[in-house]
Design a protein around this ligand. Sequence first.
Ligand SMILES: Nc1nc2c(ncn2[C@@H]2O[C@H](COP(=O)(O)OP(=O)(O)OP(=O)(O)O)[C@@H](O)[C@H]2O)c(=O)[nH]1
Ligand SMILES: [Mg+2]
Length: 454
Amino acid sequence: MMTRKLPIIAVATAPGKAGVGVVRISGNNLEAITKALFQKTLKPRQANLLTLRDSGGQTIDQLIAIYFSAPASFTGEDVLELQCHGGPQLLELVMKRCLELGKDIGLVIAEPGEFTLRAYLNNKIDLAQAEAIADLIDAQSEAAVRGAARSLQGEFSDDINELIEEITQLRILVESTLDFPEEEIEFLENAQARVRLEAVKTKLQSLLAGAKQGKILRDGIQLVLAGAPNVGKSSLLNRLAGEEVSIVTPIAGTTRDRVKESITIEGVPMHLIDTAGLRDTNDVVESKGIERSWDAIRLADLVIFMADIDSSDTDSRLKDKILAELPPKCPVVHVMNKSDLLPVNTLLMPEGAILISAKTGDGIPALKRKILEMVGWSGPQEGAIVARRRHLDCLERASEHIVKSEQFAANGNNSLELFAEELSLAQNHLGQITGKLLPDDLLGKIFSQFCIGK
Ligand SMILES: Nc1nc2c(ncn2[C@@H]2O[C@H](COP(=O)(O)OP(=O)(O)OP(=O)(O)O)[C@@H](O)[C@H]2O)c(=O)[nH]1
Ligand SMILES: [Mg+2]
């Protein structure tokens, strides 16, 4: 996939019926196939109302064709875009006709993400921007759309490139000092290396904080509702979802399977997972369900531990058991349910616990605020971007190398070489975000997650 130069074709619009369906072809020199399809060449960047016919001369569709000449196109190659009527069978026929006439030039069906990959390989966009295209299409909230659009415009990449440039300047200074040791320049003092390094560090920290928010915007939070049977987990799921998603009964052990529902809280996607109540049981089905509850807990981003107001010692033992299974850094919100049943002395509640009634909705706004606080969401922000795990990893690694470089800088001129080496490693990790210095297999992996036609 990575290196093939053949022209490619795909339906760029979603499967199913629609007003319009777009077929896109990209390749080097598409004039011949355009001529074969429409018996004429098209002026670039003009909408042409044309008739497409099959080999027997019968009309397939009347469509709008637009021709983009390389390099002024999305992929950087010649692109022919056909805006047809949006019927699945019709689009099949259009594809078939194009493939028939494109046989001579080796026209093949595109792999997932191949158009965007070409745009990337032809330097129309960098890797972070390419990822932003997929994230824009997958965005689950308005804030995620805006964040992805910003990344696509290059705002995230610009910040990364600025940081790389600042590190480059530092490296030039260090390395020139290394080249002329006889001058015995007090490098660190003269070049203000420490001040500059501090600035790099601060900037990196703020990028990392922004990327953490961006990852929440993109992927949302896996929020698991866990606790003993009958405490009201399913009732809370239904309350948060605003509909009866999960079965609620007074019988302990109602929920057997994981029930999932996605909602947004202040624009943050939350994937709620209701689980089977945790208890010892001889029921085969229920114990399978409970196993699944534990699996969900082990993969959670946040766990809501539910108890009801007259909770007992069993609850605190259960909570300890859950705490022992959580992934690292996974926060827990302790919720006391059924506040409508009897007056509660909130002073006697476990510290930090939130009192709610899933039945009446009391305390739900406070719970939502607590959830956002616990996942570290700092509210809608000017200039927020969306980010991926990959970006966070790169930023974290870069950050580690900057911290190490700082230690070497503190040693003065004796460890200048090591200092320079750490700077260069930090730079490599940052470069991977925008795609410079990225291993080929990783590139393939990233683009293969795109849909067909992108
Ligand atoms: N009064 C009152 N009853 C509630 C409240 N929340 C849930 N209940 C009741 O408690 C019972 C159990 O509720 P569920 O939501 O099924 O509890 P669960 O934790 O999902 O139970 P399992 O699925 O068996 O683990 C039902 O009869 C609910 O109507 C509440 O806030 N107040
Ligand atoms: Mg339930």
